[in-house]
Ligand binder design. Structure first.
Ligand code: MEV
Length: 425
């Protein structure tokens, strides 16, 4: 509980130690909790403090490795960070079930990002549009001058789009800078270009620039995955047909599509997080892409091949990078990338879309057969065991016991833990 006090001015200038003292005085945190916050683990204190404002600690999230995935003919170990118990197991199981047909095949559309410049106050938007289109080569020159390193690495300005947008507040001219950001996610590169170009845009058109920011609808940076699940491996015709019916439900109904796509993002975001990528940018891009027809729908498609096997395909924006942001700063992100062994951002994008597809398969299969709770709760039973106070080997023992008696609840866990302890003594 907080004591309804305002944090002191200059809180951000305090050391971590001083901030913790402040927080302790403003809340009911005890010494044990303050000591817990002081354990920085594998993200060094100085690094954490340099990453965001007002740091008082770090939060550990389980980091696991999914096995069994074959991607483009290669065996993969996939690092994932997630708090959700069934996510990594789902990737392992679904990847195993498509190994006999060669695993997952992937492709990417490129590495172009879009920066938007919003131009207001123009009485002649159509005229201004043409003026801007004529300046393409000048705009290229100005944008490329902002980031010579990007240019050296094969990236840089690619194209210009100028849109006339009718809004509730009147007509606007929207300029899109299309920039190949190569191995960077690209937010910094394109935002810098848009910001430094803005005065020129005003000078050329007489309008007033308002926003200058990238679009997270990265539809020029798509990643694609496809795979075949043999009928026998997946459990026969009834299972396949029920999985197909589940996927058609998601295609047709936004209420279901939101959950279906959330399942895909369970995998995608877990790889994004552990590699230091921006999970929110990916989530925003995925859901916007899922709405591109005007109706929100599922990102994946499920069909059968000529002999009745289940085939799945997924296409979604995948704005990820290997340089910049937390990727180069967070020691765990560096380790995760080393485990993956990818050298190019597009290779990371391929892994992530593949994980999204197999994750979706696992969810559809569980939902169309036993339901999600059985596997989920079996894994969740360890959390419940720990919540009930189990430690060491008690955790596994108790978790197993809870599954056996079919009561994955803290009250049952506390009772069973008492029995285990009595029995041990
Ligand atoms: C749970 O995190 C994800 C699922 O709800 C996905 C889905 O329903 O497809 C199981």
């Amino acid at each position: 509980m907080q004591k309804n006090q305002h944090a002191p001015k200059g809180f951000h200038r305090l050391t971590i130690e001083e901030r913790l003292d402040q927080i302790a005085s403003m809340t009911e945190l005890g010494q044990d909790e303050i000591q817990c916050l002081k354990k920085f683990g594998n993200l060094p204190e100085e690094t954490a403090n340099g990453m965001v404002e007002n740091v008082i600690g770090v939060m550990g999230i389980p980091f696991g490795v999914a096995t069994n995935l074959i991607l483009d003919g290669k065996e993969m170990l996939v690092p994932m960070a997630t708090e959700e118990s069934s996510v990594i197991a789902a990737v392992c199981n679904a990847s195993k079930q498509c190994r006999s047909s060669g695993g997952v095949t992937s492709s990417v559309s490129g590495s172009e990002m879009i920066a938007q410049i919003q131009l207001l106050g123009l009485s002649n938007p159509h005229y201004a549009r043409q003026v801007l289109l004529e300046k393409k080569e000048k705009i290229r020159e100005l944008c490329d001058a902002i980031d010579p390193l990007l240019l050296e690495n094969g990236g840089g300005f690619r194209d210009l789009e100028v849109r006339i947008l009718e809004t509730r507040g009147g007509t606007m001219v929207i300029l899109h800078l299309i920039v190949d950001t190569q191995d960077a996610m690209g937010a910094n590169a394109v935002n810098s270009m848009a910001e430094s170009l803005a005065p020129k845009i005003e000078e050329w058109t007489g309008g007033r620039v308002n926003l200058r920011i990238l679009s997270n609808l990265a539809d020029r940076r798509l990643a694609r995955a496809r795979a075949v699940w043999n009928l026998e491996d997946l459990g026969g015709e009834q299972v396949r047909d029920d999985m197909l019916a589940a996927s058609w439900f998601a295609e047709a109904d936004p209420y279901r599509a939101a959950t279906h796509n959330k399942g895909i993002m369970n995998g995608v975001s877990a790889v994004a997080l552990v590699t230091g990528n921006d999970t929110r940018a990916l989530e925003a891009g995925a859901h916007a892409y899922a709405s591109r027809s005007g109706q929100y729908t599922s990102l994946s498609r499920w069909e059968t091949d000529e002999v009745g096997n289940l085939v799945g395909s997924l296409e979604m924006p995948m704005a990820v990078g290997l340089i910049g942001g937390a990727t180069r700063v967070h020691p765990i992100a560096k380790i995760a990338l080393k485990i993956l062994g990818v050298n190019k951002a597009e290779d990371l994008a391929r892994v992530m879309v593949a994980v999204g597809l197999v994750q979706n398969y696992a969810a559809l299969k569980a939902l169309a057969t036993t339901g999600i709770q059985k596997g989920h709760m079996a894994l969740h039973s360890k959390n419940i065991a720990m919540m009930a106070g189990a430690t060491g080997n008690e955790v596994d023992l108790l978790a197993k016991r809870l599954v056996e008696i079919g009561k994955i609840r803290t009250d049952a866990a506390e009772e069973e833990l008492r029995k285990i302890r009595n029995w041990k003594n």
